[in-house]
Design a protein around this ligand. Structure first.
Ligand SMILES: Cc1cc2nc3c(=O)[nH]c(=O)nc-3n(C[C@H](O)[C@H](O)[C@H](O)COP(=O)(O)OP(=O)(O)OC[C@H]3O[C@@H](n4cnc5c(N)ncnc54)[C@H](O)[C@@H]3O)c2cc1C
Length: 482
């Protein structure tokens, strides 16, 4: 009996340790270096200055100019290529700029300070039945961090965030504050959005809102060969589809990139269906449970298989339908992916492929990821229609954005390996006239970047025209401007 009790206690303790290991977020140790979401880029800076007023930004810029120090700007710190830091530079922490300055529900316009996060705007406008027009698939990011990265969302009717921007105010290196819009200082409008803080500090921005539509969410299975046709027939120019994305199987072995599920959010009229959609913005649920399965899948192939199975069974079940508001659909769970380990980290990569080349790209991707045994944790796509309003656009033609989320080792040798296969993917994007997203790690060399973005040298010239002393800088800029 005594032996049985001891055995039971040992099993129970082992179970608790096992579950605890995979559920609890690890403590992030203190370091003198500034880093971002994926911790690939790290840097010692000279000073971090927290600002709450325009005069404080002006003072900080004057101080930097006097000491010949470069200045970078930090939003939510989710970009991945050192876009918020520069070696021995000054970092302006904008988190004090988080207020709503003006809001007119009738005209569907809101003016906010640049650091405010989408979630805070959603909470403010939800009572007036309004929603954000374009944002990432999560509400944790800051407004200007998003605009500086020219982000796109899941609304297939819209290009990128530029669609929703009316105007903004830019504080220049010389301390002047200017208005920027499509009519006023229009060249800067096309440069500062997706300008990574290289042209000045944005203090506030006016964005356009849309009604908080109600959606029916459903999932269908599809083959990759049929996706382009499906898009054309059912999604593009279909005003009834509010949001749309496509998920590919990240499960290893025979299922790897072989199963495909499209999820649509189709507009509904509550009265016709005799249902009521809860408009209150939800908090993330089941964080510990989801973190447990996600953590397991970082470690074990069988767990990636299990997660894909659960995904199909519960989240994207082709036999189930849910009703959800636009605000809540644009607020999916994200906290459960937060992760810290000394030895590995998660990174994102994103590639833009003309719709007609999409299936071919997935074949290339399958080959490169399989050969390199990449620990893929998710792969989704969005449709991004053509737009050329931004100087460095990534959608000069109608594109499918392919978003990869994976876990990589941090050791130097493994990072060299990651660099090599990412360069292989980017080379394949270049061959086919595709593009990659500049907001993540600087794995591409300058030659690859210039081939992907042939307007980049003009971008550098314009940067020097507006900021001749190169006061505003960051690691991304320093990697590719020399
Ligand atoms: C888990 C995850 C999911 C993501 N999903 C998506 C997605 O669905 N779609 C998508 O398009 N992207 C996505 N991204 C990328 C993300 O949108 C960008 O990294 C974005 O920049 C994050 O915003 P941030 O507030 O963290 O900005 P930061 O990383 O802090 O800053 C980004 C850039 O903005 C500049 N900046 C910040 N504030 C100012 C200011 N006031 N004035 C001037 N410049 C400023 C910074 O200097 C920096 O160059 C995702 C990233 C992660 C980590």
């Amino acid at each position: 009996m005594k032996k049985l009790i001891i055995l039971f206690v040992v099993i129970l303790l082992s179970f608790c340790v096992f579950v605890g290991y995979f559920i609890l977020p690890a403590n992030i140790p203190h370091t003198d270096k500034i880093t971002d979401f994926s911790r690939i880029e790290q840097e010692i800076i000279s000073e971090e200055i927290h600002v709450e007023k325009i005069q404080e930004i002006k003072d900080a810029l004057n101080q930097a100019k006097k000491s010949w120090t470069k200045v970078s700007i930090a939003g939510g710190r989710f970009s991945g290529g050192g876009h918020i830091m520069t070696k021995y530079g000054m970092m302006i922490d904008m988190s004090g700029f988080n207020k709503i300055l003006d809001y007119i529900p009738e005209s569907q316009l809101i003016t906010v300070e640049s650091w405010i996060r989408w979630r805070e705007i959603q909470e403010h406008i939800q009572a007036d039945n309004l929603a954000i027009w374009v944002m990432q698939s999560s509400s944790i990011f800051t407004v200007w961090g998003s605009m500086s990265s020219n982000i796109h969302g899941r609304d297939a009717r819209l290009w990128t965030i530029v669609d929703s921007i009316e105007s903004f105010r830019l504080l220049w290196a010389d301390g002047k504050v200017i208005n920027v819009s499509r009519e006023e200082n229009s060249e800067l409008f096309s440069l500062v959005i997706w300008g990574y803080g290289l042209f000045g500090v944005i203090t506030d921005v006016t964005i356009r809102l849309v009604p908080d539509e109600n959606y029916k969410r459903y999932t269908i299975a599809l083959t990759k060969e049929n996706y382009a046709r499906y898009l054309e027939k059912n999604i593009i120019d279909n005003d009834n589809i509010g949001l749309h994305f496509w998920r590919l199987s990240f499960a290893p072995w025979d299922k790897f990139l072989k199963e495909f599920f499209v999820t649509n959010y189709e507009k509904i009229n509550e009265k016709d269906l005799n249902i009521s959609v809860d408009k209150k913005i939800e908090n993330e649920k089941n964080v510990l449970r989801n973190r447990f399965f996600f953590n397991l899948s970082r470690e074990f192939n069988w767990a990636r298989n299990l997660r894909w199975f659960l995904q199909k069974k519960f989240t994207d079940n082709i036999n189930s339908t849910q009703y959800v508001s636009r605000n809540n659909a644009m607020n999916p769970p994200i906290e459960f992916i937060s992760y810290y380990s000394e030895k590995d980290t998660d990174i994102l990569q994103e590639y833009y492929i003309p719709v007609e080349n999409f299936s071919e790209f997935i074949d290339d991707l399958w080959k490169i990821l399989s050969e390199n045994n990449v620990n893929l944790l998710s792969l989704t796509t969005r449709y991004v229609p053509k737009n050329t309003e931004i100087f460095l656009d990534y959608n000069p033609v109608d594109m499918v954005a392919v978003v990869l989320y994976f876990n990589v080792w941090l050791s130097d040798s493994e990072q060299e390996n990651v660099k090599s296969y990412i360069q292989e993917i980017i080379t394949s994007t270049d061959i086919h006239g595709w593009r990659y997203y500049l907001t993540y790690q600087n794995y591409a060399n300058k030659e690859l970047l210039m081939k992907n973005y042939w307007e980049f040298s003009d971008f550098l010239d314009l940067k020097k025209k507006y900021d001749p002393q190169e006061l505003f800088s960051n690691k991304f800029y320093e990697t590719y401007s020399k």
